[in-house]
Design a protein around this ligand. Structure first.
Ligand SMILES: Cc1cc2nc3c(=O)[nH]c(=O)nc-3n(C[C@H](O)[C@H](O)[C@H](O)COP(=O)(O)OP(=O)(O)OC[C@H]3O[C@@H](n4cnc5c(N)ncnc54)[C@H](O)[C@@H]3O)c2cc1C
Length: 483
């Protein structure tokens, strides 16, 4: 059933659901449908409505410190379906090498195997409308390299969870899905080891308690940490934060322009853009993180920001007269450039973190400060990969690459992002190094679980949503098996 908590707050009664899930994005919706299919009574709480609204989106505003990051209310969407309402749909799986220990890490990696993580990969493909065939490179030029492999991926249409699953939620007899129902507090008992209720609030200021045997927080990476930190009545510092790890180890995929290239083998580039991932051999040899490097021949630059129109107007003539000067001045490639961009894994770094500020939103939740931090090992990965790929292209005699000076000198001052927000409630077998255990249960609390990419202990060099949907189905399966 689909209910509006603004209109129907009185419908919330004393019933105890099997599972209460907060957040109706890809993670929350996947879990709700999977548990309902197994006969469980679910309440699914969505803070936004059925469309974008300023009132809901405003709750995502926050402060930034550290290197420049995109505004926090621009990288996510706060209504039914969540950020899937504007995601691109590119999907792939973590590489086997992502599950091996690495020399450059400061914290342990995944405590579960890759096979275990993707046990529900087939069902995740169905949810995301992906082909059933394994992820593959988009094209296959001959690539005789031990250092790089062609990137394997598939495109979702992209699946919008609101459009695809609204009717299933509306007609379900086992799911009560409330829109305009904001989780504002996770109420724990006096020991802080058991959750007693979710407090939810609508836009009329009405607050109700909702009870269940088990609780799942699926609000997206930044909000998962935010709600634990805000729920600090019983345990100062926030729920599940004995180790001080809640909010720490925020990770993004770094989008750094590594340089440009000239083609020396036209046939190799005939099919256009290609993506290369660092091979397991290169990663092990050099002790670096994972990375995907994309080569785009003859770009049509897109200009962003306030001065976008002016940049576009002047870049044509300026690029014809003095291309180097124009590139330097605008910070963008010239039309027709062959550029090398990247998607680089960040190490899980405790200094990169989400904290609460003193400012509250209209719902009474303290807003966050995102202190994003780029570790020197991240910079080392970027420079190492740029050098390795430039050498490899020359060895294969398909292109010559000019590495950007700031990459060579490791003085990079601008990091683009992919809006892949990960970490903040990382998974660890040992409670000292994370927030959730291998079943995504918060360490030390017997009935609270976290879903989404906030639990990733490492992010690899692959888009995160396929993995988080597969993990959500694994979590549903685990909960269905409990008494
Ligand atoms: C522009 C863009 C492009 C992207 N492209 C890709 C891509 O190509 N491939 C890929 O894998 N990933 C991509 N992503 C990332 C992808 O969108 C996320 O990984 C995915 O949406 C995360 O799902 P989620 O359910 O964990 O969180 P979300 O989708 O963020 O859903 C969280 C839900 O919780 C709700 N909520 C928040 N706070 C509360 C509260 N207090 N109470 C109740 N409800 C609340 C929100 O309204 C939302 O519905 C992209 C992201 C962006 C921004």
């Amino acid at each position: 059933m689909l209910l509006d908590f603004n209109e129907a707050s009185e419908r919330v009664d004393d019933r105890v659901y099997d599972v209460a899930i907060a957040g109706a994005g890809p993670a929350g919706i996947s879990i709700a449908l999977a548990l309902a299919a197994k006969g469980h009574r679910i309440v699914l709480l969505e803070g936004g409505g059925l469309d974008y609204s300023d009132a809901s989106q405003d709750s995502y505003r926050g402060r930034l410190s550290g290197p420049r990051y995109a505004p926090l209310d621009a990288t996510r969407l706060r209504y039914l379906g969540g950020t899937s309402n504007h995601w691109t749909g590119r999907c792939g799986a973590l590489d086997p090498v992502d599950f091996e220990p690495r020399r450059n890490r400061v914290l342990p990696g995944w405590p579960i195997s890759r096979d275990e993580l993707y046990r529900f990969g087939r069902q995740a493909r169905e949810i995301l409308d992906l082909p059933s065939a394994p992820f593959r490179p988009a094209r296959r030029p001959p690539l005789a390299s031990t250092q790089f492999r062609l990137t394997e991926f598939a495109m979702s249409p992209p699946t919008r969870f609101l459009g695809k699953y609204r009717d299933a939620l509306r007609t379900s007899r086992r799911i009560d899905c409330y829109i305009n129902a904001n989780l504002v507090d996770i109420e724990a008992d006096p020991t802080a080891r058991h959750v007693r209720a979710f407090s939810i609030r609508n836009y009329r200021g009405q607050i109700r308690r909702l009870r269940a045997r088990r609780y799942i927080v699926a609000l997206g990476s930044l909000e998962n940490a935010r709600i634990l930190l805000n729920s600090d009545h019983v345990r100062p510092g926030g729920l599940g934060n004995e180790s001080g790890m809640v909010g720490r180890c925020f990770m993004e995929h770094l989008d750094v322009q590594l340089g440009d290239f000239v083609m020396t083998d036209q046939a190799f580039w005939r099919a256009g853009k290609i993506g290369l991932n660092a091979s397991a051999a290169l990663i092990r040899q050099r002790g670096i993180s994972s990375g995907l490097i994309s080569f785009t021949p003859s770009v049509q630059p897109t200009y962003y920001g306030r001065a976008a129109f002016l940049r576009k107007l002047f870049s044509g003539p300026a690029c014809r007269i003095d291309p180097d000067g124009a590139r330097r001045l605008s910070g963008y490639p010239c039309p027709g450039d062959n550029i090398v961009s990247s998607m680089i894994e960040q190490i899980s770094n405790p200094a990169s973190r989400v904290r609460l500020t003193g400012e509250k939103d209209a719902l009474g939740l303290r807003r966050i400060d995102l202190h994003w931090n780029i570790h020197r090992n991240d910079i080392a990965t970027i420079e190492t990969l740029a050098q390795a790929v430039a050498r490899e292209l020359a060895r294969m005699d398909v292109a010559r690459m000019r590495i950007a000076p700031e990459v060579l000198t490791r003085r990079i001052d601008f990091f683009g992002v992919q809006s892949h927000q990960m970490g903040t409630t990382r998974m660890s077998a040992d409670p000292r190094f994370g927030v959730v255990d291998p079943h995504q249960k918060v360490h030390g609390i017997d009935n609270l679980y976290i879903a989404g990419s906030s639990v990733y202990p490492t992010g690899g060099a692959v888009n995160p949503t396929f993995t988080l949907v597969a993990m959500s189905l694994r979590l549903a399966d685990h909960l269905a098996g409990l008494a």
